[in-house]
Ligand binder design. Structure first.
Ligand code: NAD
Ligand code: DAU
Length: 320
């Protein structure tokens, strides 16, 4: 946003949970148009004080508990952050007449598609049918956003994106997890059969879509974001192993995720037709760039995998 809109003043409110990392923002910390505030979106007092002080024109809500496996382990914080946090931000937008509120949501709110029906895609008018505590919390937030739009005329939009990958991704998500474990010659845990399908999108393509919706999207509308890039988990794992020149014998099939969604596949025709958005990074290039980034940025991820993450990981593995 700072690159594309050099005149904007941006405030990042983030709680720096296990998934947050100030080092990710290192290159913009000195930018006079950028300010970081450590705080919880569910903290009504803090949020209202911040809105009063900053008089925001627009708010984009990225903040969330985002990892499905963690939501299966402990749903509560997902409900608090993802639902109540969204409510607090929207109440603040109402109280301070913020001109735009954008909710960053997920394709997981649609549930899943059958593996054998490759003709089916998620469209914006499909019913909400979440499978995990994480997706249910995001679905609840989406419904609340639409309710605030209709009841209070909150000028809001929602985007529902498919799986992201790219630099700075926390290594609990499949792609960075595979890269870092393969680099260390450790086994690669593939849930179930590895035939589940995800629709992968390079993170900058997602962010460009959010920028477009924030500026030109129609109030009250939902936009799906995805680049028709469906891969089975096994295909993704094998692509990364090939890129790193590591053997496929590292692949280990482990117990399946409870309630594991089978296939995600986005129909992005609405955002393409209305806002002209198309992805610009194809998967082969995106994976190469991502692998190169992790190879070049060991100092970013080393501290993460030696911290709280290690306990989480050991716990997950004791159970699988
Ligand atoms: P992440 O878990 O990697 O990061 C979440 C961020 O939110 C962290 O910086 C964390 O510190 C912050 N946060 C958590 N609770 C907070 C709170 N109570 N108050 C303030 N900050 C808090 O998540 P991500 O993968 O970067 O996802 C960002 C958003 O995009 C989420 O809303 C997620 O649902 C959505 N999304 C993610 C993907 C994906 O593939 N990663 C795809 C579609 C949508
Ligand atoms: O679709 C968008 C969603 O994508 C976002 O809303 C979520 O925030 C994000 O976490 C992601 O959810 P997934 O569950 O699809 O992503 P994850 O990286 O956890 O897993 C991708 C696939 O890989 C999934 O089918 C489970 C599988 N998997 C995952 C891990 C971590 C494995 O086989 N082994 C693993 O170790």
């Amino acid at each position: 946003m700072l690159k594309n809109h050099p005149n904007y003043k941006i405030v990042c409110l983030d709680l720096l949970t296990y998934a947050g990392n100030l080092e990710t923002l290192e290159s913009i910390m000195d930018n006079p148009n950028f300010k970081f505030v450590k705080g919880d979106i569910t903290d009504r007092e803090l949020v209202f004080e911040l809105f009063e002080k900053e008089k925001f024109d627009a708010v984009v809500n990225f903040a969330a508990e985002s990892h499905v496996d963690r939501s299966i382990e402990n749903p509560e914080i997902f409900l608090k952050t993802n639902i109540l946090g969204t409510q607090v931000l929207m109440d603040a937008c109402r109280a301070f007449d913020t001109k735009r509120f954008h909710q960053v949501s997920t394709d997981e709110v649609y549930g899943d598609l059958p593996l054998e029906r490759l003709d089916l895609f998620f469209t914006e008018d499909m019913p909400i049918k979440a499978s995990s505590p994480y997706s249910a919390s995001k679905a609840a937030a989406d419904l609340l956003v639409l309710a605030y739009c209709r009841t209070y005329n909150l000028p809001a939009t929602i985007s529902r994106c498919s799986n992201n990958y790219g630099p700075y991704q926390f290594p609990e998500k499949l792609i960075p997890l595979v890269i870092l474990r393969a680099l260390d010659n450790k086994t690669i845990p593939v849930y179930g059969t590895g035939e589940n399908v995800r629709d992968w999108l390079y993170v900058e393509d997602h962010c460009r879509a959010i920028d477009l919706i924030l500026h030109d999207g129609t109030i009250g509308e939902v936009y799906n974001i995805g680049g028709h890039n469906e891969k089975t988990n096994l295909e993704v794992v094998k692509t990364i192993l090939k890129e790193l020149k590591k053997p496929e014998s590292l692949i280990t099939f482990v117990k399946d995720r409870a309630g594991h969604d089978l296939r995600y596949a986005i129909d992005p025709s609405k955002i393409h037709k209305e806002l002209g958005w198309l992805p610009t990074t194809n998967f082969d290039d995106g994976i190469k760039r991502t692998v190169q980034w992790y190879l070049a940025n060991k100092n970013w991820w080393e501290k993460i995998i030696n911290g709280e993450y290690r306990n989480y990981y050991e716990r997950m593995y004791a159970e699988k």
